[in-house]
Every structure is written in structure tokens, then in C-alpha cells.
Design a protein around this ligand. Sequence first.
Ligand SMILES: NC(=O)c1ccc[n+]([C@@H]2O[C@H](COP(=O)([O-])OP(=O)(O)OC[C@H]3O[C@@H](n4cnc5c(N)ncnc54)[C@H](OP(=O)(O)O)[C@@H]3O)[C@@H](O)[C@H]2O)c1
Length: 231
Amino acid sequence: MSENSESPVIPVIGGTGALGSGLAKRWATGGARVVIGSRDAGRAGEAATKIAEESGGSVVGMTNEDAAKAAEIVFLTIPFRNQSEYLTNLKGSLSPGQILVDCSVPLAAAISGKATRTIGIWQGSAAQQAQEMVPEGVVVVSALHTVSAPGLSDLSHDLDEDVPVCGDRKADKARVAELIGRIEGLRPVNAGALEMSRIVEQLTALMISVNIRYKTHAGLKFTNLPEGESF
Ligand SMILES: NC(=O)c1ccc[n+]([C@@H]2O[C@H](COP(=O)([O-])OP(=O)(O)OC[C@H]3O[C@@H](n4cnc5c(N)ncnc54)[C@H](OP(=O)(O)O)[C@@H]3O)[C@@H](O)[C@H]2O)c1
């Protein structure tokens, strides 16, 4: 797939899952060309067909390895417990100059603990762990931790929430923000350096705790941000 800004190619590694397929559905609805990645090309194809039908958009499926080569910005939506190991598998597929957007949340549920607790990571955050695992020259930006997969997946649900984006270079974050902003109702917010992801990742546990009590898919919202400010 060739790139163009009108309908960018957006690969989602682990795109058969809850978050990945929800994002894919929204991006495809908005006119992006989505690539669903999976460990199994057949499963990716099935998911892509279903998402294309539901969204009316352009969605193809392929292996994660092929999906990782499909565009410069690649989204990683696999369970946190598999993130480190799987990035090792993808080392031969990612190349310098690419941006990997990590969405991993280190919930204690990954090790049979509570979904309202998180686990400590030596590097500080799942995103910083990812940055250690990717090949030299690949940049990790982190985002989308607080957006609920069921909310994304239900196209009749109007989204209206902020998405903190963490990364060490403003230009990289701006490119990722452009893709996130293509989803109607999601407003990307520059949350600072990649190390800020250690705080953003914790917010998911808070959101889950609130959602359990209010039986909803609450979103995050910052007040008093200037309107129309460039990212
Ligand atoms: N769910 C949410 O609401 C939500 C919100 C924000 C952030 N997140 C974060 O987003 C990530 C994905 O969450 P999710 O709920 O979408 O997860 P999920 O549905 O459980 O899994 C996503 C995909 O990961 C792949 N996968 C499973 N085991 C794997 C392994 N051992 N190695 C490589 N790939 C594997 C599977 O695809 P294949 O079997 O097709 O390869 C699966 O469809 C997590 O890190 C989570 O913390 C989730």
C-alpha cells in the first residue's frame, strides 16, 4: 500500500483483538486504509473482512511481520504480558525511521492480579520497555491507554475524550496525533516525554475502577486547553 495523507495506511499489530479492531473500525470509517496484523494471516484476513463490512472502509489482513512493514507509523495492540517477547520477534520487521505506537497497559491482571492494579516495570513504563526492545532508530510513542475498546467498537457510541500522547520528539508525537485525531471524538493531547507514560499507563487502572462502579466506558478529559493549538 502506498502512503497518501488523504487516506493513510495504518497498520495495527494485534489488530484482531479488542483495542486493535476497535481502532481499526474507527479509522476505516474515517477513510484510512487499515492493515490488521495477526500472528496468523488467516485470522487477520477474517478480522479484516468483518471490520470492512462493519465500517464500509478499506481493511486488509496480513501477518504482524508484514503489517509492521506496511507504513512508517505502526500501532502495537497486544497484551502487555507478551509485549517484550513479541517485540523481539518483530526485530527483523521494524526498520529505522519508523514510529511504533505502544498502547500497552501493565495491569496486574496480566499476572493474575486485579485489573485495578498495575505492576512495576524496571524501565519506568511499558512504553519505555518497548523503546528498549525495538531496533535502533525505531522511535516509540505511547498513546491510547485510556480509550475503551468496547466504546471504540460500538460505532453508534459517540466518542468525546482526550488521548494523552507521550514521546521524546514533538514532531513524532504530532504525526501520531494526526492519526488519532482522524477518529471523530478523540482529541490527542501532548502529555510530554515518553517517561510520562509511566503516569498515563496508571490512569487505565483508575478508569477501570470508575467504570466498574458506574457501569460505563468513561473517557478522560482535560479542561482549559487552548482551542486550535497546534500539537
Ligand atoms: N481493551 C481495552 O479496552 C484497552 C484499552 C487501552 C489499552 N489497551 C491495551 O492494548 C493492548 C491490547 O489489549 P486488548 O484488550 O486488545 O488485548 P487482546 O484482545 O487480549 O489481544 C490483542 C491481540 O493480541 C494478540 N496476541 C495474543 N497473545 C499474543 C502473544 N502471545 N503474542 C503476540 N500477540 C498476541 C492476539 O492476536 P492474534 O492471536 O491474532 O495474533 C489478540 O487478538 C494491551 O496492552 C492493553 O493493555 C487495551
